[in-house]
Design a protein around this ligand. Structure first.
Ligand SMILES: NC(=O)c1ccc[n+]([C@@H]2O[C@H](COP(=O)([O-])OP(=O)(O)OC[C@H]3O[C@@H](n4cnc5c(N)ncnc54)[C@H](OP(=O)(O)O)[C@@H]3O)[C@@H](O)[C@H]2O)c1
Length: 247
């Protein structure tokens, strides 16, 4: 199905993990897809090739999105090259897990700047473009941790909870321009982010998930593509794709 043909999408943090699968599935539906990465250029170049194999355009843009000027520049570069932006997926994110007793100011600022500051900056830059087009689909990747909290993740939980509140507010303000703004909240998903977790803790995590397994990045991507392609009357929502770990 090529129902996104002619649409231009940006996916942040798409050199690997969930972002890579979102980018590939948007391309399979016909969208031109610009991907962003922070440091892994060769992996990003591979994703570009995989996207282009669907007969659509792609490009990879290096930008450290914890820096707001870089995040704004990412949006402008894609617009300068392709002339429109229909879909923005804010996926880039990091963890720096420590209990509050050990958390440093740098741990706090790095995670808040990367996960939340970047979403503010890309959105504020893309809105002018989408308002002119009278069309936009913004999908922000949050986490069930932003809804439930999680031991050792005060910084991450605050960033992801902030994304949910930001998403709802932006949805209210942008509805009249035919710009929808939604969030996808994954549960524990099998990517490098989860691979950092020691095996004994991974087993404890699986025991907490009613479906008894981790999510796959493809499963998160399918919900994103649904919102982008078929969610015309859905805005201000958070969709949980989490195997039941938070209901
Ligand atoms: N995995 C999970 O269990 C899980 C659960 C809930 C929510 N999430 C959320 O889902 C999103 C994707 O997670 P993931 O598991 O796929 O992560 P991942 O495998 O660690 O990949 C992270 C991606 O973000 C990019 N990135 C990191 N910092 C960046 C920065 N400052 N500027 C630009 N790009 C940056 C990385 O680029 P490089 O490759 O260049 O470093 C990479 O493409 C994140 O927002 C995460 O919080 C994940």
């Amino acid at each position: 199905m090529q129902d996104l043909k002619g649409k231009v999408a940006i996916v942040t943090g798409a050199s690997r993990g969930i972002g890579r699968h979102i980018a590939l599935q948007l391309a399979q539906r016909g969208a031109d897809v610009a991907i962003n990465y922070r440091s892994r250029q060769s992996e990003a170049d591979e994703v570009v090739k995989e996207i282009e194999a669907n007969g659509v355009r792609s490009l990879a843009i290096q930008a450290d999105l914890s820096q707001m000027p870089a995040a704004r520049s990412l949006i402008r570069q894609v617009h300068d090259q392709w002339g429109r932006i229909d879909i923005l997926v804010n996926n880039a994110g990091i963890t720096k897990d420590k209990s509050m007793k050990k958390l440093t100011d740098d741990d706090w600022n790095d995670v808040l700047d990367t996960n939340l500051g970047s979403v503010y900056a890309t959105c504020s830059e893309v809105l002018k473009i989408m308002m002119d087009q009278k069309y936009g689909r913004i999908i922000n990747i949050t986490s069930f941790v932003g809804q439930a909290g999680n031991f050792g993740q005060a910084n991450y939980a605050a960033s992801k909870g902030g994304i949910i509140a930001f998403t709802k507010t932006l949805a209210l303000e942008m509805a009249k321009y035919n710009i929808t703004v939604n969030a996808i909240a994954p549960g524990f998903t099998e990517t490098e982010m989860l691979a950092q977790v020691p095996e004994n803790i991974r087993q404890q995590i699986i025991a907490r998930v009613p479906m008894g397994r981790f999510g796959q990045p493809e499963e998160i991507a399918r919900a994103v593509v649904f919102l982008a392609a078929e969610g015309d009357y859905i805005t201000g929502q958070q969709i949980n794709v989490n195997g039941g770990v938070y209901m």
